[in-house]
Structures are given as structure tokens and as C-alpha cells.
Write a protein that binds this ligand. Structure first.
Ligand SMILES: [Zn+2]
Length: 61
């Protein structure tokens, strides 16, 4: 199974629907990996509007 990143919120998952925002526009063409453990304490998470901990792609095409 290949990993896919959500075009809406950038979270990385294996399914066909985003587990976070339920969008179905996922792409397997992404670059960069960002792991967020503490969304509230992370400036990067705030910049990316990440609200849940998880693995995120920096760029999704
Ligand atoms: Zn999403």
C-alpha cells in the first residue's frame, strides 16, 4: 500500500479518504515529511493549521 497525502490538510494516510478532514482528494505525489506530536505547542503546526497530531506532507501536488 502506498502512502497518500491529503490535498486539503496535508495529513499522510493509507486510505482513499482523509482521516482528518474527510476529503477524498488525496495525492501520492508529495514531498517532505512533518511529524507533529504537539499541535498546540508547535509553531509549524500553527502555520500549517494542523490541529491533530500525526504525519504531514510539506508539499502536496
Ligand atoms: Zn485532509
Amino acid at each position: 500500500m502506498s502512502e497518500k497525502a491529503c490535498r486539503e490538510c496535508h495529513i499522510i494516510s493509507y486510505g482513499n479518504v482523509c482521516p482528518s478532514c474527510k476529503a477524498s482528494s488525496l495525492s501520492d505525489d508529495f514531498t517532505g515529511l512533518l511529524i507533529i506530536f504537539d499541535p498546540k505547542g508547535s509553531a509549524i503546526a500553527r502555520t500549517m493549521k494542523v490541529k491533530e497530531k500525526g504525519r504531514y506532507a510539506l508539499r502536496v501536488r
